[in-house]
Design a binder for this molecule. Structure first.
Ligand SMILES: Cc1cc2nc3c(=O)[nH]c(=O)nc-3n(C[C@H](O)[C@H](O)[C@H](O)COP(=O)(O)O)c2cc1C
Length: 242
């Protein structure tokens, strides 16, 4: 049952506009909180953007205005060491928040928390889409949401009753991902096979058909440094990679 749900995931970007109740949101967040957390730091916070003007602004800043417009709720998931600083203060201790290790801990915590949220939501029939686009304008989004130092937006998430569902997207062959005892770099054959799978998927899916494959997509995507402003942004938030 859980496996079928996980295997049926596809991102949903158009919703019917029905708003999630506070009860539903609180229930999903409580469920998300049960994810494992590195050393139990629970280094996450999530901002539920209910103010229509702010939601519109968030949509514009993260580059998906239509998706936010139709969503039943919109969130920004953040790495949060501010609350841990407060915990330290209660104990008379200045915690060391600023470290590359803490950035990794925070990112892992937020991702597990968010994915628990997503699976719980999909089990209730909702559709979701993560929005890395919030990192296009992280300073503006921090200002919009009043995020203090030691708190930074990792990704957004829209959720709602799906108005349109996409076909399930194929994934890499398991052999390209699973290694036994030693990392195996001989994946060319698997990549060719996956390109054929993706070419077929892109040319036959019900909407946005195109001629494309995975290695070309990745090469185009990664040929240049992505979001070069992130390092300075994180430093401003207090994470200088010490
Ligand atoms: C952290 C993260 C950020 C993402 N950001 C965006 C985004 O900004 N816009 C978008 O349309 N999809 C976004 N996605 C969705 C991915 O494009 C999608 O998960 C991927 O293409 C696989 O498709 P599927 O989720 O339908 O299986 C994001 C996914 C993740 C995990």
């Amino acid at each position: 049952m859980v496996k079928e749900l996980l295997r049926s995931h596809s991102s949903v970007r158009i919703y019917d506009g029905e708003q999630l109740s506070k009860e539903t949101v609180v229930d999903l967040i409580e469920t998300a909180q049960m994810a494992a957390s590195s050393h139990f730091v629970q280094a996450y916070s999530v901002v539920w953007v209910t103010d229509e003007a702010k939601k519109e602004q968030l949509g514009l800043l993260s580059g998906n205005p239509r998706q936010y417009e139709t969503s039943g709720a919109a969130f920004v998931f953040c790495v949060d060491f501010k609350r841990l600083q407060a915990a330290g203060k209660l104990e008379g201790v200045d915690i060391v928040a600023d470290s590359a290790e803490n950035v990794l801990v925070g990112v892992a915590d937020v991702a597990l928390f968010a994915q628990n949220f997503v699976v719980a939501a999909e089990a209730e029939g909702y559709g979701i889409c993560y929005i890395g686009g919030v990192r296009n304008k992280p300073e503006e989004i921090s200002d919009l949401l009043g995020l203090p130092d030691y708190v930074f937006p990792l990704f957004g998430l829209t959720i709602g009753v799906p108005a349109r569902r996409n076909e399930v997207k194929p994934r890499l062959p398991v052999g390209a991902v699973l290694h036994e005892n030693t990392y195996d770099e001989n994946y060319d054959e698997q990549l060719h096979a996956f390109n054929a799978t993706m070419e077929n998927y892109y040319s036959s899916r019900s909407s946005n058909r195109k001629i494309d494959n995975w290695t070309k997509q990745m090469a185009d995507f990664l040929v240049e440094q992505r979001r070069p402003h992130i390092k300075d942004f994180l430093a401003k938030k207090g994470f200088t990679w010490q």
